[in-house]
Design a protein. Structure first.
Length: 162
């Protein structure tokens, strides 16, 4: 870990919280920059989708000032490979970007998912032209696995065997 990363970790108070009726309105008000609109699905759609999939887990990304983003991950479903988890949705509000919240949220999600005893790997995807997502996930240890038929770049994270 680089010295500046230790400094940031000490001062960034980002946490993941369950989505509740108390923070739902704040999540609904999250916004992206105009040029990012095509890079992320609707947060409200993701929350609705999770209501039909019990293996989907929604989290509010929050810091000392309140909700700053949203993350959704999925445990393996009946049709998935055992041990394959996925981060399906990540967004940080435009007013809170560039402060380390996205990276810290991914790190926290990796730790939370890692507590499941069956986790072998974690998948995510993003549009190949989304350089910010590519850099973020690479910094968290994801390795690109290729572009799928849907045009998305898929990347995979596996735990360190040591």
């Amino acid at each position: 870990m680089r010295p500046y990363q230790r400094f940031l970790k000490k001062w960034i108070t980002t946490n993941l919280h369950l989505v509740t009726k108390e923070n739902f309105a704040n999540i609904a008000e999250l916004e992206l920059h105009e040029h990012q609109q095509d890079h992320a699905a609707s947060t409200l759609y993701a929350i609705a989708q999770a209501s039909f999939h019990p293996n989907y887990q929604c989290r509010a990304i929050a810091d000392k000032d309140g909700v700053v983003g949203f993350l959704m991950y999925a445990a393996p479903g009946a049709e998935d490979e055992p041990g394959d988890y996925a981060i399906y949705h990540l967004m940080v509000d435009r007013r809170h970007q560039g402060r380390g919240h996205g990276r810290r949220a991914v790190e926290l999600a990796l730790a939370e998912i890692g507590k499941h005893g069956d986790m072998l790997r974690i998948w995510t995807s993003y549009q190949p032209g989304n350089a910010v997502a590519r850099e973020l996930y690479a910094a968290c240890g994801f390795v690109e696995a290729g572009v799928e038929d849907d045009g998305e770049m898929y990347a995979v994270w596996t735990p360190d065997p040591y």
